[in-house]
Ligand binder design. Structure first.
Ligand code: UDX
Ligand code: UDX
Length: 456
């Protein structure tokens, strides 16, 4: 099929590359001329594992092209996929202004047999409202609108598309369904399960999935706090419950609170919809408050433990992206922690394998480095806040040798506390007892004020 994808962002580019890979011809469209110009120079505006290679290969095969000329792209397309931003509005409701504008823009150019596919995360009922909006813009000549939410995780988006757990097709009539079946035939042939349902159900599946996944994270983060209070070990508890096939081991890693472009906005939108239709989503309401408070709480407790900086004191923050595998800073705990550290008088060295450029734009007073050891040179303390694999294999001895202080905060439990025993370091992680250095341990045992059960 000939496809246009409106919105060359994290979702639009990944979906475009994968749909080309399974045999379709894709035009990636964006209103941002600079973004299109960079793409035509094979310069991706985002980092996503494997995406650059996939786009380049399909571009060479003439299955992917980039254009800012939306009318000409839409006119020649069998399907037009909307993957524009659907950010949070002021009261948590999803802001549909961009997707409504995109639908209005494409309406006059759609061929009569085209199908519009809503890929962006939108509140239940949006596909039906966009169908009416497009029909009005076309003097009553309606076109079909389908809902096809994505379940892509940044950092593994290509694999999540090609080896999807399921494809959700929301269609409200047989003709639309037939076209959507054609679109995903190659993946269905590979055995990917396909759910065919109404557009409303498809829109609800997306929000309910994200809200539930976020709930698992919020739950294990609360359990981590409980473990700290009773000297438990959240890693053991997470493993113990995760082996129950009804729970499953994924999305049970404790951390500083979920970030990203989706969980924060989608949980707020899900809760707002519930309030609007008098079906309050009380668990998700609580989750949204708890998650943002957690980012502040962990950051503040660490800064309180460090105490105010002496003149010129410096700390290192390893990781800035909201998770490993991406350069995306949206919702990252770095955006809470670094300002708090600076307010306490510290200068902050930052290193992230992929997100330095984006972080420098959002945290301009940070000092950026291109390696973790350079970032930790002369620092009072180091924070590990993003779960990059590169951080799991750090040479602890080398890291400690360049630091001035002896405190390491691990917001991702990347290490075993025992790894710090011979380095006289205070290693403070989440949901586990701190591993105190010998000097501090002796002081603590002598009752000099540091509580051995004290946590970040
Ligand atoms: C977005 C939504 O945030 C997410 O909810 C949805 O599931 C998929 O689309 P993402 O790809 O991360 O996810 O958005 P973003 O990276 O902001 O890219 C959106 C792109 O659309 C931007 O490049 C923007 O320039 C472009 N855009 C926006 C258009 O081309 N036309 C428009 O009318 C509006
Ligand atoms: C999420 C959903 O997983 C995906 O299906 C949807 O399409 C978009 O939103 P994404 O936000 O890219 O994907 O990444 P994800 O891996 O879900 O992580 C989201 C946040 O939760 C990150 O901040 C991550 O660090 C955190 N997280 C994830 C945890 O704290 N613990 C976990 O066990 C898993």
């Amino acid at each position: 099929m000939k496809l246009s994808i409106i919105g060359a962002g994290y979702v639009g580019l990944t979906c475009g590359a994968c749909l080309a890979e399974i045999g379709h011809t894709v035009l990636c469209v964006d209103t941002d001329d600079d973004r299109i110009a960079r793409l035509n120079e094979n310069d991706l505006p985002i980092y996503e594992n494997g995406l650059a290679e996939l786009l380049a290969r399909n571009r060479r095969a003439n299955r992917v092209a980039y254009t800012a000329n939306m009318p000409s792209a839409v006119r020649t397309s069998d399907a037009v996929i909307l993957a524009v931003g659907t950010p949070s509005g002021p009261d948590g409701h999803v802001d549909l202004s961009m997707i409504e504008a995109a639908a209005r823009d494409i309406a006059p150019h759609l061929s009569p047999d085209a199908v519009v596919i809503v890929k962006s995360t939108v509140v239940a009922g949006t596909a039906r409202r966009l169908r009416e909006l497009i029909s009005r813009e076309r003097g009553g000549r309606a076109v079909e609108v389908a809902s096809n939410p994505e379940f892509l995780r940044e950092g593994s988006a290509v694999a999540d598309f090609m080896d999807a757990d399921r494809i959700v097709i929301g269609a409200d009539d047989e003709r639309t369904l037939a076209k959507m079946r054609r679109l995903y035939q190659p993946l269905r042939r590979r055995g990917v399960p396909v759910i065919e349902t109404t557009t409303i159900n498809a829109e609800l599946i997306k929000y309910a999935a994200n809200a539930f996944l976020a709930m698992k994270i919020g739950f294990i983060n609360d359990v981590a706090d409980l473990c700290e209070a009773v000297r438990g070990d959240v890693s053991a508890v997470s493993k113990g419950i995760g082996l129950d096939s009804r729970i499953g081991p994924t999305f049970l890693k404790p951390g500083p609170g979920y970030g990203g472009s989706c969980f924060p906005k989608d949980t707020l939108a899900f809760a707002a919809l519930g309030r609007e239709v008098n079906a309050p989503q009380r668990l998700v309401e609580t989750l949204t408050v708890q998650n943002e408070l957690r980012k502040k709480k962990l950051a503040k407790r660490a800064v309180d433990r460090l105490g105010a900086a002496q003149y010129g004191d410096r700390v290192a923050v390893l990781g800035a992206a909201f998770k490993a595998g991406t350069d995306d800073m949206r919702g990252s705990v770095a955006l809470t922690l670094v300002p708090l550290l600076m307010d306490a008088g510290y200068r902050v060295s930052i290193y992230d394998p992929q997100a330095n450029r984006n972080a420098a734009e959002l945290l301009p007073d940070g000092d950026f480095h291109d390696c973790p050891y350079a970032a930790c040179k002369g620092v009072e303390a180091a924070f590990v806040i993003t779960d990059w694999d590169a951080f799991r294999s750090l040479d602890i001895g080398r890291l400690v040798s360049v630091m001035r202080g002896r405190t390491i905060f691990d917001f991702r439990n990347l290490y075993e506390p025992s790894a710090f025993k011979r380095h006289d370091v205070d290693y403070i992680s989440i949901g586990r007892a701190p591993a105190l250095g010998q000097r501090r341990k002796a002081a603590a045992e002598a009752g000099s004020g540091i509580s051995v059960s004290e946590h970040v």
